[in-house]
Design a binder for this molecule. Sequence first.
Ligand SMILES: [Zn+2]
Length: 108
Amino acid sequence: MSLKKRKRKAKRVDYGEIIVICEKDLKHKRIDGRKVDAWCWDDGSVVQIQKGARGKRRLRLCVHELLHVCFPEEKFPNVTESSILHAEKILADVLWAEGYRRSDNKIF
Ligand SMILES: [Zn+2]
């Protein structure tokens, strides 16, 4: 395996065969004209998180994008962005209050 491939692989984590979460520099990524700190691919196979996002902000970004993976627009047309934001806040606030944090086993 080439060094380039190894570096690319090191920044990715596979959960089952479906979702890959990776850090990317998304500072120029825009959706509907808005700058975004995270997004998921339309097929739900990849979630990209802004490089450097840490702590509760990172948790919120992960939860938010995973909710999009769980409720894709084509299957759940009634699940709006507002609904995702509402669920994200509740889930991230409760998980954070319960003490869930990334471990020292850095994966990125
Ligand atoms: Zn969203």
